[in-house]
Write a protein that binds this ligand. Structure first.
Ligand code: MN
Length: 205
């Protein structure tokens, strides 16, 4: 069954003033829509077409070579954005609580230090990509960044949260000020969903 573009879980203007409506429209309908269309076209007729996208990404090296780059870019784009819409919400922000907060404090020293590391990873990613909080196979948290639409699952890491630092994610409102976008992003963080993904990571690794 072909993948479908998941509807946004809130209105296009719901993340204002941090992320503007025009950006959300072109980002969701245009960019994510194209990733879905393109990954479906690439996988059509292959044994991977019926698998959850996360499994396809974990097994990216088994995908036939002639479609692997298309699946990497567009399948990655589909998975990344499906997560991204859900880890944001209107009136979000604040700080994580519970086991996730404990793990962040134990690993990075404090929530503020964690935010700094993730922002730094996003700011230093040259060109297009993502900044991530991931869990490795030993259960340890790490901040990393990936190029393009690469997803941590391709490297055996579990993505807990990722911030899109492609220019299409911020350029209409922030132009070249990626750092300003990254600082603003934390005001829409959906810690319930991020904590749910953390628990899922603990369960699957
Ligand atoms: Mn994007």
């Amino acid at each position: 069954m072909a993948y479908e573009l998941p509807p946004l879980p809130y209105d296009y203007n719901a993340l204002e003033p941090y992320i503007d409506e025009a950006t959300m429209r072109v980002h969701h309908d245009g960019h994510h829509g194209a990733y879905v269309k393109n990954v479906n076209a690439a996988l059509e007729g292959t044994q991977f077409a019926n698998l959850p996208i996360e499994e396809v990404l974990r097994r990216i090296n088994e995908v036939p070579e002639n479609i692997r780059t298309a699946v990497r870019n567009n399948g990655g784009g589909h998975a990344n954005h499906s997560m991204f819409w859900r880890i944001m919400k209107p009136h979000g922000g604040g700080a994580p609580t519970g086991a996730l907060a404990d793990a962040i404090n134990a690993t990075f020293g404090s929530f503020e230090q964690f935010k700094e590391q993730l922002n730094d990873a996003g700011n230093k990613r040259f060109g297009s990509g993502w900044a991530w909080l991931v869990m490795d196979q030993s259960g340890k948290l790490q901040v990393i960044s990936t190029a393009n639409q690469d997803n941590p699952l391709m490297d055996g890491l579990y993505p807990i949260m990722g911030i899109d630092v492609w220019e299409h994610a911020y350029y209409l409102k922030y132009q070249n000020r990626r750092g300003e976008y990254l600082n603003a992003w934390w005001n829409v963080a959906n810690w319930d969903e991020i904590a749910r993904r953390y628990e899922e990571a603990r369960g699957v690794r």
